[in-house]
Design a protein around this ligand. Structure first.
Ligand SMILES: NC(=O)c1ccc[n+]([C@@H]2O[C@H](COP(=O)([O-])OP(=O)(O)OC[C@H]3O[C@@H](n4cnc5c(N)ncnc54)[C@H](O)[C@@H]3O)[C@@H](O)[C@H]2O)c1
Length: 293
């Protein structure tokens, strides 16, 4: 079996960062965080929550709706000169959330679509790491996907007779999953060859409006990472001292297909709200509102 854990163990386990932490608890200055692809679903969730604790820059290829936003910069991850110009030199961490819309992601794209994919998932992922290393930025958090091992999952259930682990040989269910794996491996290379720390999160299902989908989609009941848990896992990934790691990001849902034991052990992730808790909370709120009518 292909063992990430073993490879890392040979290197002495998930390595703590070699550089001393830049964090100074007595300093009032907030760390600078760049949310790349930050206008999307996860970017919006993180921006709302992190704006109090980090100094945020939102970078995206699209323009934000409405009026000019002070913290927004426009750049294409496929264009390294744009990233070099727009990413602050003194950023603490880059969070790579860039992605193409789901609707344009068939399992086996044609040649033209593959070029679009590779601009974001291959060239873009590499450019972000390269810019981080050149600017001596401390960390990249890479939003990878559960589709890296999608071949082991059907309808939100593992086909392995146990939860799918990060050390199962990665077999994707799509070109998207294959390219995200490439992004994880680029991250490994940079963490090995430079001082950059790279944390890869294989995200389950993150939704802005959770309840309607949860109620109607059996897979999502198992694969959801609630907004609360999304915020928690990204915060842990940004703040960890580990040099490189790959982690499934999913709430502790009944019957979830992925193992999060290393997410808990290495990152200290604690799933606070799973799908059952979300549904129960909504049920209670419905009952209370019916009672007060
Ligand atoms: N939401 C989920 O359930 C989920 C599940 C698994 C993995 N992920 C991964 O997490 C990340 C964030 O997901 P999301 O749901 O917020 O995605 P999203 O599609 O909502 O947002 C992606 C953002 O990337 C931007 N973008 C696209 N091309 C770009 C480019 N060339 N340069 C700069 N920005 C570009 C888009 O404009 C968009 O704002 C993605 O990388 C996705 O693959 C998400």
């Amino acid at each position: 079996m292909w063992k990430i854990a073993e490879v890392l163990r040979r290197r002495g386990g998930p390595q703590p960062l070699s550089r001393s932490p830049m964090k100074n608890p007595s300093s009032p200055a907030k760390k600078k965080l760049v949310l790349i692809g930050g206008l999307g679903t996860i970017g919006r969730i993180l921006e709302k929550e992190f704006s109090g604790s980090y100094e945020l820059t939102v970078l995206d290829i699209s323009k934000p709706p409405g009026q000019n936003r002070r913290n927004f910069v426009k750049a294409d991850v496929a264009k390294i000169n744009q990233l070099m110009a727009e990413i602050p030199d003194d950023a603490y961490a880059l969070v790579n959330l860039s992605a193409l819309p789901n609707s344009t992601q068939p399992s086996l794209p044609d040649a033209k679509t593959l070029r679009l994919y590779s601009d974001v998932y291959i060239v873009g992922a590499y450019n972000i790491l390269l810019v981080a290393a050149k600017k001596r930025i401390r960390k990249v958090v890479f939003a990878s996907t559960n589709h890296v091992t999608g071949a082991y999952e059907v309808g939100g259930k593992s086909t392995l007779g146990r939860e799918i682990r990060v050390d199962d040989y990665p077999l994707p269910d799509s070109a998207y999953g294959a390219m995200k794996l490439c992004g994880e491996l680029f991250g490994y290379l940079f963490s090995r060859e430079t001082n950059l720390s790279v944390i890869c999160l294989r995200i389950g299902s993150v939704l802005e409006d959770e309840l309607p989908v949860l109620r109607s989609n059996e897979r999502v009941k198992r694969t959801i990472m609630s907004k609360a848990d999304t915020i928690e896992i990204f915060r842990k990934a940004i703040e960890t001292e580990i040099n490189y790691g790959v982690y499934y990001g999913v709430s502790d849902n009944d019957g979830k297909p992925w193992d999060i034991s290393n997410t808990i052990d290495d990152l200290g992730f604690y799933s606070k709200i799973n799908s059952q808790a979300l549904l129960e909370k909504a049920k209670k709120e419905n009952q209370e509102s019916a009672f007060t009518k």
